[in-house]
Write a protein that binds this ligand. Sequence first.
Ligand code: GDP
Length: 138
Amino acid sequence: MNNRTFTMIKPDATEKGYTGGILKMINDAGFRIAAMKMVHLSEKKAGEFYAVHKERPFYGELVEFMSRGPITAAILEKDNAVEDFRKLIGATNPKDAAEGTIRKLYAASIGENAVHGSDSDENAAIEGDFFFSKLEQF
Ligand code: GDP
């Protein structure tokens, strides 16, 4: 399936009250919300989600950050969802993010960068299933 991606509005953006603004940008860009919920990840679950980054020097910091408060997890649907959503969120480091992208507007730093977006169709499916049962995906 190449028309779905997975996103999280990260704890930094939740704390600052950016959830509504980010969801509006997602809606305005033409994505349909196929699943959504707020979750406070434990360190264990955050570590599992980011297991691919286990060997990276920032892994500990990332797990601590992602488990520090609630996130909003969602599955989004649109043609070419993965690529178009990566364009909408912008570069990992907000300093490099294009004007008008979510990270340019809402992210504070390379670590606390407001949103997650899947990097492939395969990972979008894995990540969506990490948070939502099949009964919760519409
Ligand atoms: P993404 O696909 O744009 O989210 O970027 P990556 O897959 O490379 O990294 C995953 C997440 O790890 C990023 O979104 C950041 O939250 C975090 N991260 C990446 N690089 C760094 C870094 O150098 N320092 C810290 N503290 N966090 C980072």
